[in-house]
Design a protein around this ligand. Structure first.
Ligand code: PBG
Length: 336
């Protein structure tokens, strides 16, 4: 035997030969406990609309949304994430609809918590569904998104969601200092158990395109962009600084977004901080997987499960994905 090499003493394929040992040595597993399901909510009754760039994803009126929520709960999905599609008539420059106690998001939260109290409900804290220009904050005469003025509105929005019964508020706006201000306001109002999921490393990504169609903010944003607040995809150290600040300010969970193109960021954040890290498989990622699957170019179930397992391997504790309901169903079938 040639001592300079380990073969044949070590045969890596030995452990891959049997199904039982492949299962025993699996380092990561995907379960329904890893899933968060994003849902779009619209005004009206008994209404479901489809989203052209996201086949299989719907926008639901509150009554139908409650049904969806119940199905998610029955499938073992721990939490849903709500995104309101605001009618153009209530959009404004000051985004006041964002903190209307009877706004669409607030009513949806109340309805779901009443019907399904043990299902976690997370809400989006950002102003883009409510501004007439589609930016995540208030703008000045030059079109610049003003930080501190925006944070003041985000605080009101977060409080109104907590009052409506949201379990987790998730600022996705990328303003500086908003986590600390929201935490302080929640504490002062005695919402000591409302969690803050900070979109800490949120990149200025073109993978959000289909989402902006879904919530109808794409038209408002026009040729505008979010480069002055969302992160540059070129950067990775900067993500660690963002995460560190959000944790210092009182975030319970940090998020990396988008997902698959940013798995390296998930791993760095997990290694560096060891805190709960969630990731968002965003609308453009969904659209890619769905389009290729509909064309028969990829095996949908297999590539979706593989993509989500890669999030787990990278260090993500949970994943927001438009595939959450399908995945929960597939995993249930596999167990049966
Ligand atoms: C808005 C928000 C966006 C997403 C979640 N919250 C879009 C954006 O920042 O333009 C994107 C989600 C997705 O693409 O699935 N603040």
């Amino acid at each position: 035997m040639n001592n300079s090499i380990n073969f044949p003493a070590t045969r890596m394929r030995r452990m891959r030969f049997h199904d039982f040992s492949r299962r025993l040595m699996a380092e990561n597993q995907l379960s329904c406990n890893d899933l968060i399901y994003p849902l779009f909510v619209i005004e009206g009754e008994n209404t479901k609309e489809s989203v052209a760039s996201m086949p299989g994803v719907g926008r639901f009126s509150i009554d139908l949304l409650v049904q969806e929520a119940k199905e998610c709960y029955a499938l073992g999905i721990p939490m849903i994430a709500l995104f309101p599609v605001t009618p153009a008539s209530v959009k404004s420059d000051d985004a006041a609809e964002a903190f209307n106690p009877d706004g669409l998001a607030q009513r949806a939260v109340r309805a779901i918590k009443a019907a399904c109290p043990d299902l976690g409900v997370m809400t989006d804290i950002a102003l883009d569904p409510f501004t007439s220009h589609g930016q995540d904050g208030l703008i000045n005469a030059q079109g610049y998104v003003m930080n501190d003025e925006t944070v003041a509105v985000l605080v009101k929005q977060a409080l109104s969601h907590a009052q409506a019964g949201a379990d987790v508020v998730a600022p996705s706006d990328m303003m500086d200092g908003r986590i600390g201000m929201i935490r302080e306001a929640l504490e002062s109002a005695a919402f000591i158990n409302t969690q803050i999921l900070a979109y800490s490393a949120k990149y200025a990504s073109s993978f959000y395109g289909p989402f902006r169609d879904a919530v109808g903010s794409a038209g408002n944003l026009g040729k505008g962009n979010k480069f002055s607040y969302q992160m540059d995809p070129a950067n990775s150290d900067e993500a660690l600084r963002e995460v560190q600040l959000d944790l210092q300010e009182g975030a319970d969970i940090v998020m990396v977004k988008p997902g698959m193109p940013y798995l390296d960021i998930i791993r760095r954040v997990k290694d560096e901080f060891g805190v709960p890290v969630f990731a968002y498989q965003v609308s453009g990622e969904y659209a890619m997987l769905k389009a290729a699957s509909l064309n028969g170019w990829l095996d949908e179930k297999q590539v979706v499960l593989e993509s989500l397992l890669s999030f787990k391997r990278a260090g993500s504790d949970a994943i927001l994905t438009y595939y959450a309901k399908s995945v929960a169903q597939w995993l249930k079938e596999q167990r049966a």
